[in-house]
Structures are given as C-alpha cells and as structure tokens.
Design a protein around this ligand. Structure first.
Ligand SMILES: [Zn+2]
Length: 260
C-alpha cells in the first residue's frame, strides 16, 4: 500500500512536470453538443440535481433565444416565458416562420431558494467565457464555465445556429439594457422599451455575463430586460398583462406583435 501510494505521488509529480496533469486551461471550452429537438427537454442538471429545461418551438431559420431565471432571486421572467410558450403553442402561426428556444429556469436551485447564486455561491451570469471574465471575485467562479448551469447554457448556444437575438430576463433595475452591434441592437431595445414601458438604459457590460459573451464578443444582439423588484409579487396573469406585448414583440421584431 505504501509502495502504491509512493508510486502515485511520483506519477503525479511527473505528470505535473510534463504539463499533462488534469485538464488544460481551456478544456472547459469544449462544447458538449446537444440535440435540441422540437418540444421540451433537459439541457443539463443543476448542482442540486434539478433539470435545466429547454423548450424549442418552430423550425424557422430566424432564431430567438430567451433565458429566464439565471439569477434565482429575480423570478419574474420564469412565469412570463412559461406563458409565452403557452401562447405560441396555442397559435403556432404567431411564430411566422421563426424558431424560439426558451430556457425556462436557468438556475433552478437558486430559484428554489430565492437566491441569486447557484449552490456553489457562484453568480452564473459572471461565469461565461467572455473576454472580460474576471476571477478576482469568488462569486465569478475559478474559471469560466466552472458551474454546470453555465456550461449547460454554453453547450446550448454552441448547439444552435447563430441567434438573431437573445433576450435575458432579470430584475430589479427597471430598464431595457442591451449589448451588441449598436445599429441593430439599439432599435430592438427601443422597440421592447416601447412595448413594456421600461426605458432603454446602458448599464455597462458585466464581466463574464451573457451580454458580454454573446453581445460584446460575438456581436449577437442581446437584450437584458430588467423588470421591477415588485414584479415578483405579481401573478402570472398580471405579469402577462404588463409585459406580454413586449415578450411577443421580442419574437415578432421588427413587425409588431400579432396579438395583444
Ligand atoms: Zn439579474
């Protein structure tokens, strides 16, 4: 036994010397290719063992991706995307040749605990491999995609065609923030501001956020919708009353939504 342990130490030491100990610094960037099918499926599992559900609707070339619940203390987006899915399933003509992919609850453990972070205490929206990812704060993760929830979203985006736009749903800064090419993303943000009453406001690209990774680095129009804190207290019907037109405008842009 002692001999085995000693041998193990030597092997590990040699492995370190030749640089082949464990994964290389960028192995975490290898995407796991998901087969995103029409309907609902799990794209990953949270630290707490909860499925990360993804719904894909329609098969058009223009792809719109919605992400709700990445901060578990900001729950208003979750019932909103669920209601939007119901509306689009009830009347697929609303898709009008588009494809809509929805991550209903990107941080299910956080949502269950009404907590911003995942079970490791990491802010998932600071854990993407954006050029501005920072490891100076414990909450950002030791490296990008250190968390299974952020890795599931990374794999999802790598498995999909390039989206025409990405809509992420947050609270409580009551504005329409955006990242991406100014000429195309600003008008989109303004259209969604008109439909929601939330003013356009540039908050600045947060390190390792989806807005930084997709909007800044990849120049994909990315909208960060910031609802009111008090929207947490609204029923699903009240949320839809207030923001349903904006959600459908995000689908049908640049045309106005087909339904109120
Ligand atoms: Zn947030």
């Amino acid at each position: 036994m002692r001999c085995f342990a000693g041998g193990l130490v030597i092997v590990c030491w040699l492995a370190v010397l030749c640089g082949c100990a464990g994964v290389s610094s960028t192995d975490y960037l290898e995407p796991h290719v998901l087969n995103i099918r029409e309907g609902s499926q799990s794209i990953g599992t949270s630290l707490g063992g909860r499925a990360i559900e993804c719904v894909s609707l329609g098969g058009g070339e223009e792809l719109i991706v919605f992400i709700a619940g990445i901060h578990g203390s900001e729950p208003a987006g979750v019932p909103l995307v669920k209601r939007m899915i119901e509306e689009l399933r009830a009347d697929p003509a609303l898709l009008d040749g588009r494809r809509v992919v929805v991550v209903v609850n990107a941080n299910p453990d956080g949502l269950a605990e009404a907590r911003r972070f995942n079970d490791h205490g990491i802010d998932l929206n600071r854990n993407f491999p954006a050029g501005n990812h920072s490891t100076t704060r414990d909450r950002h993760g030791q490296h990008p995609l250190s968390e299974p929830e952020s890795k599931a979203l990374y794999d999802l985006f790598n498995s999909l065609p390039r989206p025409a736009r990405v809509i992420t749903l947050h609270q409580p800064l009551k504005c329409m923030d955006y990242d991406g090419p100014e000429a195309t993303t600003r008008p989109l943000a303004e259209a969604l501001a008109d439909a929601s009453g939330l003013p356009v406001k540039k908050l600045g690209s947060r390190p390792g956020s989806l807005g930084s990774w997709l909007g800044v680095d990849q120049q994909i129009p990315t909208i960060t919708v910031e609802f009111y804190k008090s929207d947490t207290d609204l029923s699903s019907a009240e949320l839809w009353e207030r923001y349903g037109r904006m959600m459908m405008a995000a689908v049908s842009y640049p045309a106005p939504p087909a339904v109120e």
